[in-house]
Design a protein around this ligand. Structure first.
Ligand code: PLP
Length: 399
């Protein structure tokens, strides 16, 4: 008998499949709005100038020693200031247990493993829809999943009433996964007022919020503004968990640099929790990679480079916001009778267009436009050069 004869090929990742199909298409008109990575107005990947400068400073000077098990202390320190606020008392009180993580995915996974080990009777409530990998992460960590309603297909906005009902109806002390900003895939975020109500209800129910913050700064262009939801929960005195990623907002995708933090009741608890997070990492990957962490700490630790970063992250956010406007205007100019308001109401990398799988198939077959069949358009793939073509194609398949 063969050892591996029973191993079936894994299901294809729907997003990677889109890219493969795009690459194989010889058409000069082809457009890829599937991929979740930023592109400039020529459709090219971008390395930020602040990152290039940080790399120049590192060049030749980086030793290859292991980082501490919890990762770069400096990177963690800067990450906490970014998420919890520059002058956060919680940081001064050392109440936050934090470790460097393998980008946002690794931070989520580490938290899920922590949850399984130390809160074995809890479940995780995940919004519908969500980034597909959330389901995989908590599944592989063996944490049971529940869902809560989030998106309203008719308004293409937030189903706030249902979301609040599901929060109220969950057993007291439930764990919830919340997207801190730029919800993926819908681009739909609660308003500040709604976040306050959510936070209030979490207090009433004693729920634990875990924030996945993969797009801080990338949504509005201002990292502080994008951390508003977290700050509201902090003001209300919640303990929280937070996954941070530098993939999108610093364009460090392949460097795998991020941070997992858990706000505890006091310093003693934070020390214990941090040591256990390290303990979880040790048999998996021992300690995290050094290069990306150094890039992040150089940028955030140098006032000049940090302001360059702020300018550049705003530049990326603004280009995307501009493309939302252009796409909507083009559709309206073509006389589309449908409402396209949601394109500009939604925020972040993605526009949840409301197109059906059949309409998406037509976009691909007839117009060489590639995206996931749930109708999610990556706004990062939209450029001045293709927005007219894209709008026209969308109009043709939706009229
Ligand atoms: N969380 C959300 C909601 C995301 O959209 C992503 C990336 O697409 C991530 C986490 C994690 O990305 P990474 O592991 O590259 O930081």
């Amino acid at each position: 008998a063969s050892w591996f004869g029973h191993v079936e090929p894994a299901a294809k990742d729907p997003i990677l499949g889109v890219t493969e199909a795009f690459l194989a298409d010889p058409s000069p008109d082809k457009v890829n709005v599937g991929v979740g990575a930023y592109r400039d107005d020529n459709g090219k990947p971008v390395v930020l100038e602040c990152v290039r400068e940080a790399e120049r400073r590192i060049a030749g000077n980086l030793n290859m020693e292991y980082l501490p098990m919890g990762g770069s202390i400096k990177m963690i320190e800067e990450s906490l200031k970014l998420a919890y606020g520059e002058d956060s008392e919680l940081i001064k009180e050392k109440r936050i247990a934090a470790v460097q993580a393998l980008s946002g995915t690794g931070a989520c996974r580490l938290f899920a493993d922590f949850q399984k080990r130390f809160l074995p009777d809890t479940q995780i409530y995940i919004p519908i829809p969500t980034w597909a990998n959330h389901h995989n992460i908590w599944r592989d960590a063996c944490v049971p999943q529940r869902t809560f309603r989030y998106y309203h297909p008719e308004t293409k906005g937030l189903d706030f009433a249902s979301m609040m009902d599901d929060i109220k109806n969950a057993p007291n002390g439930s764990f919830f996964l919340l997207h801190a900003c730029a919800h993926n895939p819908t681009g739909v975020d609660p308003s500040e007022e709604q976040w306050r109500e959510i936070s209030y209800q979490f207090k009433v129910k004693n729920h634990f919020p875990f924030f996945d913050m993969a797009y801080q700064g990338f949504a509005s262009g201002d990292p502080n503004r994008d951390a508003k939801a977290i700050r509201i929960f902090l003001e209300d005195g919640h303990l929280i968990g937070c996954a941070q990623s530098y993939a999108k907002n610093m364009g460090l995708y392949g460097q795998r640099v991020g941070c997992l933090s858990i706000l505890c009741e006091d310093e003693l608890q934070a020390v214990a929790v941090k040591s256990q997070l390290q303990q979880l990492a040790r048999p998996m990957y021992s300690n995290p990679p050094v290069h990306g962490a150094l890039v992040v700490s150089i940028i955030l630790g140098d006032p000049e480079l940090k302001s360059l970063w702020l300018k550049e992250v705003k530049g990326m956010a603004d280009r995307i916001i501009g493309m939302r406007k252009a796409l909507r205007e083009n559709l309206e100019k073509l006389g589309s009778p449908l409402s396209w308001e949601h394109i500009t109401n939604q925020i972040g990398m993605f526009c949840y267009s409301g197109m059906t799988p059949e309409q998406v198939d037509r976009l691909t077959d007839e117009f060489h436009i590639y995206m996931t069949r749930n109708g999610r358009i990556s706004m990062a793939g939209v450029t001045t050069g293709n927005v007219g073509y894209l709008a026209n194609a969308i109009h043709e398949v939706t009229k």
